[in-house]
Ligand binder design. Structure first.
Ligand SMILES: [Zn+2]
Length: 408
């Protein structure tokens, strides 16, 4: 796993918060679960789940893992079940943790299948997704594998007397594929159950599409849903319906707040759990998991890039502001002392905001770098309700500060 840094491993082992669970959830153990006749869900290969279907005319694979190494391990485990050739590899969406293992499956006679938006996403967003991977501490350089077969709304693969129906869906991304096996009443849903409404560092997130996708899945009346992350049994029609209900509610609340002129901070404070959710544990937990990332996403979707405070339209250069603030405070040493006091009181966010001034003035200030490392580490270890992206980003920010401070 040499493409995967310790950062991402720790991030992944920390937690993955999904709708339906208010608390941090551990990655499921590695293993294969037969969820239908010759239909397997594969869990525990780093963060995400994959799947495969064994037919008399070959194997159909669903997602490939986050690195070529994981792809090879997954393929080796498939080979323990069957020596049939891999005929199709279906991508549930373009995110690297689902497609970067694809090169392990490239072989004559193997065709890659995806919804057509995946092609442009790979072309235009793959470079941007390095940012995502930087946040998570990984920088996989896996080559992009483009699909041989694309479809727009839906298509059916027929192999070995088995029908595999693919439906376009949106939610986290605009290129999601639902893989529906009508004979087994199993549906692979990719990352539709993601509580982030898209990666926080990517231009994505489709709330209306998510609601439509949940309705579509409900209309299929599946017996088993296989999510792209987390334990299989914890994603159900009920948990998806709760996600849909919460999404609709948050859209209304954020629109109302934005419409009344609130900025993001005021919107974050104003959006509250409706009384009728409090008596329903699933809705309450889903609301808690989704509130912060959804408010962030929806606010930016509804306001555009200018925001609501004209003072911030064209901010003064950070260096000028930081130099002035240090002068007013009596120097960087005074700011450092204040940051130290704030950290000792557990006020890590405020401490970091003060330290930002110091490191903008003096990027090589080792004391400030070490103080930032400690504050980021403290934040990464704080509250169980912390979004896992934020936890991973704090953890990896701490590693960067260590490097900048010259620690081994
Ligand atoms: Zn995803």
């Amino acid at each position: 796993m040499n493409c995967t840094s310790t950062g991402i491993l720790l991030a992944l082992s920390l937690s993955l918060i999904l709708p339906g669970q208010a608390s941090a959830q551990a990655m499921p153990p590695r293993g294969m679960v037969e969820v239908g006749n010759g239909v397997y869900a594969a869990t525990g290969y780093a963060s995400n789940n994959m799947g495969f279907i064994v037919t008399s005319e070959g194997v159909v694979v669903i997602d490939t893992g986050m690195t070529p190494e994981i792809g090879r391990e997954f393929l080796a485990d498939i080979r323990k079940q069957t020596d049939q050739p891999i005929r199709y590899v279906i991508f549930t969406h373009y995110h690297y943790d689902h497609v970067d293992g694809a090169s392990a499956f490239q072989a004559p006679g193997t065709q890659f299948v995806a919804q057509e938006n995946l092609v442009s996403n790979l072309k235009t967003l793959k470079g941007l997704e390095r940012v995502n991977q930087t946040v998570l501490g990984s920088a996989s350089e896996a080559p992009a594998v483009y699909p041989d077969i694309t479809y727009r709304e839906s298509t059916t693969l027929t192999i070995g007397g088995r029908e595999i129906q693919l439906f376009h869906a949106q939610g986290e991304t605009n290129d999601a594929t639902l893989v529906w096996l009508p004979q087994d009443r199993v549906v692979f849903i990719g990352d539709l159950n993601n509580a982030n409404l898209g990666s926080p560092v990517m231009p994505e997130g489709y709330p209306e599409g998510l609601i439509a996708a949940v309705n579509l899945i409900g209309s299929l009346a599946p017996k088993t849903l296989v999510p792209g992350h987390g334990r299989i049994q914890e994603t159900t029609l009920e948990s998806l319906q709760a996600l849909s209900t919460v999404t609709a509610n948050l859209m209304v609340q954020v629109r109302q707040s934005v419409g009344s002129g609130n900025d993001l901070e005021a919107t974050m404070a104003a959006v509250a759990m409706p009384a009728e959710f409090r008596t329903d544990p699933l809705l309450a937990a889903t609301f808690e998991a989704c509130r912060e990332p959804y408010v962030n996403r929806l606010f930016k979707n509804y306001t555009g890039y200018y925001g609501s405070n004209p003072v911030q339209f064209r901010p003064a250069p950070a260096r000028e502001r930081s130099a002035l603030l240090a002068e007013l405070a009596g120097g960087n040493a005074r700011l450092l002392a204040t940051a130290g006091r704030l950290a000792s009181e557990g006020q890590y966010q405020l401490a970091l905001e003060i330290l930002d001034i110091v490191t903008t003035n003096e990027p090589g200030n080792r004391e400030a770098r070490l103080a930032r490392e400690q504050a980021f580490t403290a934040l990464a270890r704080s509250g169980k309700d912390l979004n896992w992206y934020h936890r991973a980003a704090y953890f990896n920010a701490a590693r960067k500060e260590e490097a900048l401070a010259g620690l081994p």
